[in-house]
Design a protein around this ligand. Structure first.
Ligand code: FES
Length: 491
């Protein structure tokens, strides 16, 4: 049972509030710096463990304040009924009052507990002693609010603004912002729920509401059976969370074999030159026909090359974007691609045969180069040249699901300066405390890996051209990386 003078929050809600990752919080718990009980942490302990934390910079607080300031300006302009922003401001104020009331209540509770404990110990207290105990306890219960109440007040407001969803049986969690659909919020958080059309037609995103309530936000044509209705089934693509805490039973993909083969036609949104030899192909899937895949997987792309070329062209490429990136599919296409399965497609693209607005067939997904999500080991990613594409997808996914305490990325290139997205890698290492990035020449990679003493305790993901990967994989195994922790993608 949780007792004491503080408010208690779940780990994910506390991390969400403070704008830090859940793994950073778990690390402090494991190191004994932050007490926890049954997956909960006390607001007072949070404040003690992060004294340097500036709530003003937590993101949540900034968002709240922006709404409040905007509300003030609008109220002056409009002088009408409360707007949504005004309501948000009032909610925050009420959250502060509620936090204060809860704090006082927990202190009364503690006073009651201490009186009970004293009465249980003989000899019975005198009237004077009892009076003193009561006076001291009441003085404490009514004392000035502690600074930690800001967290509780913010939590009270955010419970209204963003709902917390727990998924069964995996135990994964995500937050629903505003009135976005459950499906969109789950994908953004890196989950892999079963779904198809995204449009309320196929019924594949069915989930059972175990606790809490949902609300329909977009129409659907799917008809539930009587049994499904009585078991509280909803469509994740057309419902949002009404309750601030919701529990859903969801069918999730845990492995590549859980995802069916799909065929869709996507549109070329843009072609961007990343370097003299690498082009980024950006496809967008139709609203009603998205591609389900796991981060790190490949797909086959096909275009009609027309009469002049004599046939259709196909190529197999790793998806460089994360499944959390809505309808966007990104690919890094190399001019020097020599693979029989994709060289003609790459040549055609570099020759200007593919333009924005063109249709591209996409089918798949293929491959088992996916993140081992149930493991909390440190992650080491090793990309060689365009092997960075699937690594990019895995890293974005690992960040979205808070997968590890630390992430190390080595990007080795066969050409000087061949790391064609250096700014993105630097942005990760600047934004995330536990992320480190090193760009290096391929010739220096073996020596660098030999100096990485934590490799045998890490999950290692290696991707690059087929001829470069096997010797490195053998070196990693010889350095003590257990085979089940080594994941290899030879392109
Ligand atoms: S994904 Fe098809 S109905 Fe929701």
């Amino acid at each position: 049972m949780l007792t004491g003078m503080s408010q208690w929050l779940t780990l994910s809600r506390a991390a969400h509030l403070l704008g830090i990752s859940r793994v950073a919080m778990q690390k402090r718990i494991r190191e004994g710096e932050l007490p926890s009980f049954d997956g909960m942490v006390a607001v007072d302990d949070l404040q003690r463990s992060w004294p340097e934390l500036d709530l003003d910079e937590s993101g949540s607080f900034e968002k709240t304040r922006a709404i409040r300031e905007d509300a003030f300006a609008r109220r002056l302009r409009e002088r009408v009924l409360p707007t949504q922003e005004t309501l948000a401001q009032r909610l925050f104020e009420q959250g502060q009052e509620l936090a204060e009331a809860q704090r006082t209540l927990t202190r009364y509770h503690a006073l009651f507990d201490s009186l009970q404990a004293r009465l249980a110990v003989p000899p019975p207290p005198t009237a004077a002693e009892l009076g003193q105990l009561l006076d001291d306890g009441l003085a404490q219960a009514l004392s000035v609010p502690a600074p930690a109440d800001d967290i509780a007040a913010l939590d009270a407001m955010l419970r209204v603004m963003s709902a917390h969803v727990t998924v069964k049986p995996s135990g994964r969690e995500f937050f629903v912002e505003g009135s976005e659909t459950l499906l969109k919020a789950a994908l953004r958080a890196g989950l892999s729920p079963n779904y198809g059309c995204g449009n309320g037609v196929c019924g594949l995103c069915k989930a059972r509401v175990v606790a809490g309530e949902t609300r329909t936000v977009s129409p659907s044509d799917y008809r539930f059976t009587e049994a499904e209705k009585s078991q509280n089934h909803v469509l994740m693509c057309s419902c949002t969370a009404l309750s601030s805490d919701l529990q859903l039973e969801v069918l999730e993909a845990a492995a590549p074999e859980d995802i069916p083969e799909q065929r869709i036609v996507a549109k070329v949104r843009s072609l961007d030159v990343l370097s003299a030899d690498v082009m980024r192909l950006h496809l967008q899937t139709p609203r009603s026909n998205r591609l389900r895949f796991l981060a790190g997987q490949r797909v086959t792309l096909g275009v009609s090359a027309g009469q002049a070329e004599g046939s259709d062209l196909h190529g197999e490429f790793p998806v460089a974007s994360c499944p959390c990136d809505d309808r966007n599919l990104l690919f890094h296409v190399s001019r020097a691609d020599r693979r029989a399965a994709s060289a003609d497609f790459s040549r055609y693209l570099f020759a200007g045969g593919i333009k924005a607005g063109d249709d591209v067939s996409v089918w798949g997904p293929w491959g088992r180069f996916v993140l081992e999500e149930d493991s909390a080991r440190p992650l080491v990613f090793i990309a060689i040249d365009e092997g960075f594409a699937p690594i990019n997808s895995l890293i974005e996914h690992a960040i979205a699901v808070d997968a590890a305490e630390s992430i190390v990325l080595y990007w080795a290139s066969t050409q000087p300066g061949g790391q064609y997205l250096p700014n993105q890698c630097r942005a990760w290492s600047e934004a995330l405390d536990e992320f480190s990035y090193q760009a290096l020449a391929l010739d220096d990679l073996s020596a660098t890996l030999a100096a990485h003493s934590a490799l045998p305790q890490s999950n290692v993901y290696l991707a690059g051209a087929a001829e470069r990967v096997p010797p490195l994989a053998a070196a990693l195994l010889a350095a003590g990386v257990p085979p089940q922790q080594l994941h290899v993608e030879a392109l």
